[in-house]
Design a protein around this ligand. Structure first.
Ligand SMILES: Cc1cc2nc3c(=O)[nH]c(=O)nc-3n(C[C@H](O)[C@H](O)[C@H](O)COP(=O)(O)O)c2cc1C
Length: 215
């Protein structure tokens, strides 16, 4: 295919920064906090977006999700508990998260296990969302097959109508947060000649062990 030539020749040499094991915080959550803050200050679009990978019947499945908090050393995101990923997580709570901050030539990979967050935390965040997003979360049977766009619009306007005189919308029980307790966090900094820096934190009991990995 024509595009293959272009793909083969696409090549960026990364050389904007370095990452040494001695510069890394002993606590990977603090290291993550530092990099996320730098991503927020950079020109990254949606710096809190990450790829969430789950596994269904040994088949990996992945999609983009937004990180919405870090509480008690766990990464928090919100979704529909009845969605495809929700069903997958019921069966297998192990996940991978991948952040990509290209303007900084950085990637962070996280592996861990999810649990549902408390009802209070989900309620609290649901109430902070714009009304349109709240209505969408109530109306949309996420991951279900729908006949067409009109059917979706109808679902939304029915919910909009139903709640038109209600100021504070109740969080639907099918929508809420998950918290990822990490067991591995790897920080990747692009370097010259593909000799990138990879510093990996692996959880050992309560401690984190740091390792440098070959690129
Ligand atoms: C930038 C971006 C952010 C997204 N954030 C979320 C999110 O925070 N929660 C969510 O449920 N879906 C989010 N999505 C949609 C998901 O990628 C996905 O389509 C949806 O959750 C259904 O996935 P599933 O069928 O595998 O459960 C986002 C998509 C994009 C492109």
């Amino acid at each position: 295919m024509e595009i293959n030539k272009t793909l083969e020749n696409l090549r960026i040499n990364y050389q904007s920064a370095a990452l040494d094991i001695h510069d890394c915080d002993q606590d990977p959550l603090l290291q993550f906090d530092k990099w996320l803050k730098e991503a927020l200050l950079s020109e990254c679009d949606e710096p809190n977006a990450f790829i969430l990978s789950t596994v269904r019947d040994q088949q990996p499945r992945a999609r983009v999700i937004l990180l919405k908090g870090i509480h008690q050393n766990k990464f928090i995101f919100y979704t529909n508990y009845n969605s495809a990923k929700g069903v997958e997580l019921e069966d297998n709570a192990k996940v991978a998260m991948t952040f990509m901050w290209l303007p900084l030539q950085r990637q962070v990979r996280i592996e861990g296990t999810v649990t549902k967050v408390s009802e209070e935390l989900s309620d609290d965040y649901f109430q902070k969302r714009p009304r349109g997003s709240q209505l969408g979360a109530i109306a949309s049977p996420q991951s279900q097959i729908v006949p067409n766009r009109e059917a979706l619009e109808k679902m939304f306007s029915e919910i909009e109508n139903k709640f038109k005189n209600i100021e504070i919308l109740p969080r639907p029980t099918h929508w809420g947060g998950y918290a990822v307790a990490p067991t591995l966090i790897e920080f990747w900094q692009g370097r010259n000649n593909r000799m990138h820096d990879r510093i990996c934190y692996v959880k050992n009991g309560k401690d984190w062990e740091l390792q440098r990995l070959a690129p």
